[in-house]
Design a protein around this ligand. Structure first.
Ligand code: PLP
Ligand code: COI
Length: 339
């Protein structure tokens, strides 16, 4: 293998040995196929290319101190992909098929799973696309479900270093009754201009507001948002936020640590009351936020100005990582250990 420097990986694509594919034809799913090509050969009029019939997932596998490989909450990603399928008229991938494909893709590429304590992990990317040819706007008759994997480092440069993000009212990533709650490519296309503009100004991400009233917090481009105030873990609820599996896990951990969990609409002004703020997601894990600039209102919300990590964020981070890597027991049944 091409000498991978495990401790120096970014969140990028590295070629691996195999991917796993399954085709939906004549109203049913076929058998799982193993493939060593990175190329998909599809019709030029496939619905994924024209009408956005595309959904994806992101989950991770971790190698523990004991050498064992653990996959985090794979069933939740499978269920969310089913919701995405329903949301844009694609067939649901049965949970057993989803899990079998993930396990196979990880096992076949085991040599790409980063070692314990390298700071990297194995990112698993399931993909569901409409491959049937259509020219009228309608769902395809044929689909491809594919799982590939790639070893990754931290999503944000600097890993667990606090980052600056911004609020802008100029763009939405999803419509009020749109596709924000599912993981479809169109949401990410819609976030690209705002995301690039933010990066040019020195921010790592955009914190979107609710697209209907622009009064409440939604989420960040690739992650959910939460704030800590006193003994409370506060995270926004709306019709346009992707239900993050990391956030769902953190809410549970926070509750078990004795914090009060508030999952509700969060007005923008409440940002001024938080002691800690962070982004959370599979790729981001917990990325602490040092400052949020509201670009339209010329206002800044500053957290951790001395670059230190928030005490509560750090506690949550350590707990989550300990379960993911198998350093601590998993009382929730979140982890699938590869035998
Ligand atoms: N929000 C968006 C828009 C995302 O793309 C992601 C990444 O999957 C998340 C939140 C975090 O979700 P999860 O914790 O399930 O990875
Ligand atoms: C994830 O956190 O898994 C994501 O999918 C975020 C981003 C890479 C789209």
């Amino acid at each position: 293998m091409e000498n991978i420097n495990w401790s120096d990986l970014s969140f990028g694509y590295i070629q691996t040995d195999y991917n796993v594919r399954c085709y939906y034809r004549d109203g049913k799913w076929g058998e799982l196929e193993v493939c060593s090509s990175e190329i998909i050969n599809i019709h030029m009029s496939a619905t994924c290319l024209h009408y956005g019939q595309e959904a994806f997932e992101g989950l991770k596998a971790y190698r523990g101190k004991d050498g064992k490989v653990r996959i985090f909450r794979m069933d939740e990603n499978g269920k969310r992909m089913q919701a995405s399928g329903r949301g844009i008229k694609m067939p649901e991938v049965p949970l057993e098929l989803f899990e079998a494909a993930v396990l196979k893709a990880v096992r076949l590429n085991e040599r790409f799973i980063p070692p314990y304590e390298s700071g990297s992990s194995l990112y698993i990317r399931p993909l569901l696309i409409g491959t049937g040819a259509c020219i009228g706007v309608q769902p395809a008759e044929e689909y491809l479900f594919l799982v590939f994997i790639t070893p990754v480092g931290p999503y944000f440069k600097g890993g667990f270093q606090p980052t600056k993000i911004c609020i802008t009212r100029e763009f939405d990533r999803a419509a009020p009754q749109g596709t924000g709650t599912i993981k479809v490519g169109g949401n990410y296309a819609a976030s690209l201009v705002a995301g690039e503009q933010a990066k040019e100004k020195g921010y790592t991400a955009v914190l979107y507001l609710d697209p209907k009233e622009k009064k409440y917090l939604d989420e960040c481009g690739p992650a959910n948002f939460f704030g800590i105030r006193g003994n409370s873990y506060i995270t926004p609820q709306s019709n346009s936020i992707l239900p993050s599996i990391t956030n769902k896990s953190l809410m549970q951990l926070a509750e078990n640590m004795g914090l009060t969990v508030e999952h509700r609409p969060v007005p923008v002004e409440e940002l001024a009351t938080f002691e800690e703020a962070a982004e959370c997601g599979t790729a981001a894990v917990i990325a602490p936020i040092s400052q949020i600039d509201d670009l339209d209102e010329n206002k800044s919300y500053v957290y951790l100005p001395d670059g230190k990590l928030g005490v509560v964020c750090e506690k949550l981070y350590n707990k989550l990582r300990a379960i993911q890597y198998g350093d601590e027991p998993d009382p929730y049944g979140w982890v699938t250990v590869l035998e």
